[in-house]
Write a protein of this length. Structure first.
Length: 488
C-alpha cells in the first residue's frame, strides 16, 4: 500500500478528507484531516434528489482545495467515495465527470450497505475489542447499521433517513414531532429483530457531538471522544431536550453552532432507533467510513481486520518515537516477571499485566520530544494519542504509570482529576513501582539475564552482572509495602 493515502468521503452534509501515513506494514497515523460543510444534498430532497447548482459548486470548490492539500502532502494514492446524496441524485454522473476531468479525482458512489460496512470496519479495528453490538451511523441523507457478532460484521442495512433529509422534508416545514416520528418509524420498521443489541457503537457527527455534550455535562476527565462510553438511560432526558428545543434552547444546552441545523434531526433518529433496538449503552467511535475504506484497502488480505494482538496506536507510536525497542521489550519482560514474583505481596488481578506491559513499551517515548522531564512528555503523549485499541480506563492507567515511573509513587492529589476512571491507590502504587523497578534493573541497558524469587519478605534478584547502577537506583525507589530487595 502507498506510503500516504488520502480518503475523501462526500456525504450529504459534509465533505471530509483524511490523509494517513504508514509507519510500518500495518501501522499508520493521521497527518491531515479536513472538513467542509458543502451540504451537497441541500435542496435536493424537495426535487426528487436532484443536486442543486449552488451545492454542486460548493462541493467542487471543496474538492479542488482538497486536491491542493493532497498534492502538497505528496499523497501516493487517493480514494474518493460518495454516499447518500450522490447515490440518490439523477444528475450525479455529470458532477462525477466534471470532477474527474478537471481535478483528476475519481468519485466512486457506494451503496448504503457498503457504507455501513466501512463504518463498522473502522469501528471494530479502532475501538477496544468488541464482541456483540450494532453500529449506527447517522448521516445527512441516510442512516446505516451493522450487526457485530463475536467480533465479526455479519450483516449491514441502510435506511433512507438522515439529518438533512429530515430537515428539508419535515423540520423546515414545521411538521409536528408526531408526524416526524411516524416517518422515522416507517423506515426503522425495516430493522430486523436480529439487530437488537445492548451496545450501540455511535458513528458520525451527531452521535459524536452528543457524546461530547455528555462528557461536558458529567465533567469527564478526558477530552477524547473516541472510546467514550455512557449509559443511555442516564442521558435520555438530554436527548429529549435537544429534540424539543429551538435554536436558543440548543445553544443553552451546549450544542455547537455548526450543529444547530442538524442536531435535533439526528437525535430524534437516534432516539427512535435505540428504543427499537432495546439498547442501553453507547460506545463512541471516532472512526467511520473514511477509516473503514482505508482499512479495507490496507487489510484486504486479512478479512479487513487486525490480528487480535495488534494494537494500532501502540505500534504506530513505537514506530515513530521508540529509542531502542529491545530495551523497552526487556523492561516489559522484567516488569512481568516482577509482577508474578511479587504477586503474593500485591495480590493484583493478572489482567493488570497488560497495562503494565504497554507502559513498559512506551515509558520513554517522550525523550524524542525532550530529555528533561520526559516522563511528562510521555504522559501527555499517551493521553492524547493512545486511542485505538484501548479503552479510556486502560489509556489513563498506562499514562499514569508512565508519569510516575520515577522514584515517586502517585498520590491522591496527583490522580484527583482522573480518579473516577482509575483503579484504587494501592493498585496504582504497585504497578508504578513494578515499572520503576524493572527500569532500574536495566539501568546499564545491558539487558542481562536475571532470576527472581520472593520469600520471607525479601525479593531476591539473581543476575549474571554486577548491576552497580541498578543497586543505586533501587535504593531511591519508594516501595508500596515493606519488604527487602537483594541483588546477587
Amino acid at each position: 500500500m502507498s506510503k500516504r493515502t488520502a480518503i475523501i468521503d462526500i456525504g450529504s452534509n459534509s465533505a471530509r478528507m483524511a490523509i494517513f501515513e504508514k509507519s510500518s506494514s500495518f501501522a499508520f497515523h493521521l497527518i491531515n484531516e479536513t472538513k467542509s460543510r458543502v451540504r451537497i444534498g441541500e435542496g435536493a430532497y424537495n426535487y426528487g434528489g436532484v443536486l442543486q447548482d449552488a451545492a454542486l459548486k460548493r462541493a467542487f470548490s471543496a474538492l479542488d482545495e482538497f486536491n491542493h492539500i493532497i498534492q502538497s502532502l505528496k499523497c501516493n494514492k487517493t480514494l474518493c467515495i460518495a454516499t447518500s446524496a450522490l447515490r440518490d441524485a439523477p444528475n450525479a454522473s455529470e458532477f462525477i465527470k466534471q470532477v474527474h476531468h478537471k481535478l483528476g479525482i475519481n468519485i466512486k458512489i457506494i451503496e448504503g450497505t457498503k457504507e455501513a460496512y466501512y463504518g463498522a470496519v473502522g469501528s471494530i479495528n479502532y475501538l477496544k475489542p468488541i464482541q456483540n453490538a450494532v453500529t449506527i451511523d447517522i448521516g445527512g441523507g441516510s442512516t446505516e447499521l451493522a450487526k457485530i457478532e463475536n467480533g465479526n460484521i455479519v450483516e449491514t442495512i441502510s435506511l433512507d433517513i438522515g439529518t438533512v433529509r429530515l430537515k428539508e422534508l419535515y423540520f423546515d416545514k414545521k411538521s409536528s414531532l408526531e408526524t416526524i416520528r411516524l416517518a422515522i418509524n416507517k423506515e426503522i420498521e425495516n430493522i430486523p429483530s436480529r439487530f437488537y443489541a445492548d451496545e450501540i457503537i455511535g458513528i458520525g457527527g451527531t452521535l459524536r457531538s452528543l457524546s461530547k455534550m455528555v462528557m461536558e455535562k458529567i465533567n469527564y476527565p478526558l477530552k477524547t471522544v473516541h472510546g467514550f462510553e455512557y449509559n443511555i438511560e442516564n442521558h435520555a432526558p438530554l436527548i429529549e431536550s435537544i429534540i424539543n428545543s429551538d435554536v436558543l434552547g440548543l445553544k443553552n444546552l451546549g450544542v455547537r453552532k455548526d450543529r444547530y441545523d442538524t442536531m435535533r434531526e439526528g437525535c430524534v433518529i437516534f432516539q427512535s432507533i435505540y428504543q427499537i433496538l432495546h439498547a442501553t449503552k453507547v460506545i463512541t467511535s471516532g472512526a467511520g467510513v473514511r477509516e473503514g475504506a482505508y482499512l479495507c484497502d490496507l487489510l484486504r488480505s486479512s478479512k479487513h481486520k487486525f490480528s487480535p494482538h495488534f494494537k494500532l496506536s501502540l505500534r504506530s507510536i513505537k514506530d515513530r518515537f521508540t529509542i531502542n525497542e529491545k530495551d523497552d521489550l526487556y523492561v516489559k519482560r522484567v516488569s512481568n516477571l516482577l509482577f508474578d514474583a511479587l504477586s503474593p505481596l500485591h495480590g493484583l488481578p493478572q489482567e493488570y499485566k497488560f497495562e503494565l506491559s504497554v507502559a513498559a513499551e512506551l515509558y520513554n517515548i517522550g525523550i524524542k520530544l525532550g530529555f528533561y522531564q520526559n516522563n511528562l512528555h510521555s504522559f501527555y503523549f499517551v493521553i492524547n494519542n493512545l486511542n485505538y485499541g484501548f479503552s479510556h480506563e486502560q489509556k489513563i492507567l498506562i499514562a499514569i504509570l508512565i508519569k510516575y515511573h520515577t522514584n515517586k509513587l502517585p498520590s491522591d492529589e496527583d490522580i484527583e482529576t482522573y480518579k473516577t476512571i482509575l483503579p484504587d491507590m494501592q493498585t496504582l502504587g504497585w504497578l508504578s513501582f513494578l515499572l520503576s523497578l524493572a527500569k532500574a534493573i536495566n539501568a546499564d541497558l545491558s539487558r542481562g539475564k536475571i532470576a527472581l524469587s520472593y520469600e520471607n519478605h525479601t525479593l531476591t534478584i539473581k543476575a549474571d552482572q554486577k548491576l552497580f547502577l541498578a543497586k543505586e537506583q533501587i535504593k531511591q525507589l519508594i516501595k508500596p509495602a515493606s519488604f527487602a530487595i537483594i541483588i546477587k
